[in-house]
Design a binder for this molecule. Structure first.
Ligand code: GTP
Ligand code: MG
Length: 203
């Protein structure tokens, strides 16, 4: 089973302290630490999942959100299959910074068309009482940003954590399916047609 699973690189981004490491640890090990340390650079963990009857190994890259670690995290964006943009619902600035995170990711991952890349947005710390970012505002941001799926999570009490991570795989599948749809009148290449200019090619 493990040998057949597809490996997916998933990058977790967002401001320092929003709960990226806590989300990864909840998802992978089902643990939560109220006194976690800031991440320095990047760390990754693997988790096997099944989505729509297909086996995947999600390789989750947890990055350091603090500005001073920028040069340590950005080299790891290349080759990502999906990206989880994370903010904390009690931290308005972390929500405002989502656009900056998306831009940083697209630039260093060298992705041209941001709207066809699978981003998922997570509003974490939904268990807190002093929420500052309304759900509607977060949903509006997602709608204006390629229609990314949005989840409100709590790494502390496990709310939606599993669903949010797995939705990244679903989003990837959805966008891949969309790319596979062939245009009705597009140019096609006839693979059966023999090349006259180079008849000896390829045996
Ligand atoms: N109440 C509550 N606290 C949380 C939640 N998730 C994380 N925390 C706490 O928030 C603090 C920061 O969490 P981290 O997971 O270290 O944040 P981070 O995004 O990895 O931060 P950097 O590594 O600096 O980028 C810790 O004290 C966590 O215990 C949550 O869902 N609810
Ligand atoms: Mg961290």
């Amino acid at each position: 089973m493990a040998g057949k699973s597809k490996l997916l690189k998933v990058v977790l981004l967002g401001d320092g302290g929003v709960g990226k490491s806590s989300l990864m640890n909840r998802f992978v090990s089902n643990k939560f630490d109220a006194q976690s340390f800031h991440t320095i650079g990047v760390e990754f963990l693997n988790k096997d999942v099944e989505v729509d009857s297909e086996a995947y190994t999600m390789q989750i890259w947890d990055t350091a959100g603090q500005e001073r670690f920028k040069s340590l995290r950005t080299p790891f964006y290349r080759g990502a299959d999906c990206c989880l943009l994370t903010y904390a619902v009690d931290d308005l600035q972390s929500f405002k910074n989502l656009a900056m995170w998306k831009k940083e990711f697209l630039f260093y991952a060298d992705i041209q068309d941001g709207n066809s890349f699978p981003f998922v947005v997570l509003g974490n710390k939904i268990d807190v009482e002093n929420r500052l970012v309304p759900e509607e505002e977060a949903k509006a941001w997602c709608a204006a940003n390629g229609g990314s799926p949005y989840f409100e999570t709590s790494a502390k009490d496990s709310t939606n954590v599993d669903r949010a991570f797995k939705s990244a795989v679903q989003r990837l599948r959805e966008l891949e399916d969309r790319m596979d749809i062939k245009p009705a009148h597009g140019n096609t290449v006839d693979l059966q047609k023999k090349s006259k200019s180079n008849p000896g090619c390829c045996g």
